[in-house]
Design a protein around this ligand. Structure first.
Ligand SMILES: [Zn+2]
Length: 275
């Protein structure tokens, strides 16, 4: 599933093709299910800028309006010089003025992605409902403490996957955040100290930026970035999918990583580094 770093990577790869004038619009018959709200016809609107919020891509349009794009399990936006003709290409925009990368295609084999095409007014309402993004400067220790204070009985690692609290954090990132914070994934939120909250804040920063640097991580589902290549984020992982804890290895110690299933999701931790 594309997580925050993958979505950020796709965003960064689309920025160079902007502004992009949507002179031709194609929606496959299957997109009726994907497009949840369509306030206006996109034709002749120009994509001026693209932002990321959690796992959402937000296309800002000129003269007005926005596209909110959630990539679901396997969605991606691809750029190409000529139409992709991919059988999973569900949305196609063409800017005929461009000699290169004039075609923008939304490809989604599993079709769990979704879209909102919103007027400025309706976008404002939607935007207010979006929680603070984990990579935003507002997502600080105080904000984490406030969230934790409200849910003392939750278990740390599954709680990190709650998209209303930690938008953009996915399964491998949650294991990595616990590991880098030195906290067991099974710990109760109510028992996490202020010092540990500081560590969690730092770890979120490291995991998010490390993964963005290497263009995200692919384990399954078939995420590809806007150029059609898979991420290499696996190089940065300290426990997830690792036989031995990479933090211990750095200190010359060999500790086997323990794999468990927590709230139905594969979870990895180091028994030496995490308390
Ligand atoms: Zn370790």
């Amino acid at each position: 599933m594309p997580e925050l770093p993958e979505v950020e990577t796709i965003k960064n790869q689309l920025i160079p093709i902007l502004p992009f004038k949507i002179e031709h619009v194609y929606f496959s018959p299957l997109t009726n299910r994907l497009v949840k709200q369509r306030d206006f016809d996109l034709k002749n609107h120009t994509i001026k800028n693209i932002l990321r919020h959690g796992k959402w891509l937000i296309f800002n349009l000129s003269p007005s309006g926005h596209i909110l794009s959630h990539l679901g399990m396997s969605g991606s936006w691809r750029t190409s010089h000529t139409p992709l003709k991919d059988k999973h290409g569900h949305i196609e925009f063409i800017d005929y003025t461009k000699k290169q990368n004039g075609v923008l295609t939304y490809v989604d084999p599993r079709r769990f992605g979704h879209f909102y095409i919103l007027s400025a007014e309706n976008f404002k309402i939607k935007e207010e409902q979006l929680p603070i993004d984990v990579s935003s400067s507002d997502f600080d220790e105080d904000h984490i403490a406030e969230i934790f204070f409200r849910y003392p009985n939750k278990i740390l690692k599954p709680f990190l996957l709650d998209q209303k609290a930690f938008p953009g954090v996915g399964n491998y990132m949650a294991s990595e955040i616990c590991a880098r914070s030195g906290i067991l994934p099974t710990r109760l939120i109510g028992e996490i100290s202020a010092d540990e909250i500081e560590k969690i804040k730092k770890s979120i920063g490291i995991v998010v930026s490390g993964a963005i640097e290497t263009k995200g991580t692919t384990f399954s589902g078939g995420y590809v970035d806007a150029n059609g290549s898979k991420g290499e984020g696996v190089k940065h992982l300290v426990v997830f999918y690792q036989n031995f804890c990479q933090m211990c290895l750095e200190r010359g110690k060999l500790t086997k990583v323990i794999k468990t299933t927590l709230a139905g999701r594969g979870t990895y931790h180091c028994p030496r580094c995490q308390k």
